[in-house]
Design a protein. Structure first.
Length: 196
């Protein structure tokens, strides 16, 4: 009997402390787990920064679309589409220039001194006296090759910038900021508002 009384005496204060605690509060001495803003959970972006980086590296604008940034997404998609079309055109122009590199153009025809007419061979084709190099010289081919390299550089740059933009946007996804452009007497003015 004495043992039961001792146990009840020891358990009494512990039971009193447990029932006095309010529901939803951490136990006495425990450190509450809160985020940096308060006790509400932090909002999470639709995709992780790593996934945003990789998806926009693969397809510029896709990570921005997943992060609900339609203007940035449309910009990167547009640059990608224009670059691909211009790269295809530049490659076609380079192939044409290489194909006709050895062509030449007749500069002067053989003239009959007595009649003043152009001399012709047995098939009726005019006889050429002097030939000039064609339109597609080595210099023009080099210029067209540079066009191809320029559009490849634009494509690579667009992929890298789109990936970096998506990575940063995923990290700053929950920052409420408003960007606006307005006219001023000196030109255009940009305003960025970030509430603290």
């Amino acid at each position: 009997m004495r043992l039961v009384a001792c146990l009840l005496a020891l358990a009494g204060p512990a039971v009193g402390r447990a029932t006095a605690q309010r529901p939803g509060t951490p136990p006495a001495g425990a450190v509450p787990q809160v985020d940096s803003i308060g006790t509400t959970p932090l909002p999470q972006p639709p995709i992780s920064p790593k996934r945003a980086l990789l998806t926009s590296l693969a397809l510029p604008g896709y990570g921005q679309a997943r992060l609900q940034r339609p203007v940035a997404s449309a910009l990167f998609y547009s640059v990608e589409a224009v670059s691909v079309v211009m790269l295809a055109k530049s490659l076609h122009d380079l192939r044409v220039a290489k194909r006709f590199r050895t062509d030449s153009i007749p500069a002067e025809f053989k003239i009959d001194p007595t009649t003043g007419e152009v001399q012709r061979d047995e098939s009726g084709a005019p006889l050429v006296d002097r030939w000039e190099p064609g339109f597609f010289t080595g210099e023009r081919i080099r210029a067209r090759r540079l066009h191809v390299e320029d559009w490849v550089a634009v494509l690579v740059f667009n992929h890298l910038i789109a990936g970096a933009d998506a990575f940063v946007a995923a990290h700053l996804w929950d920052v409420p900021a408003a960007v606006s452009v307005s006219g001023s007497p000196r030109g255009a003015a940009m305003r960025i508002a970030v509430p603290w």
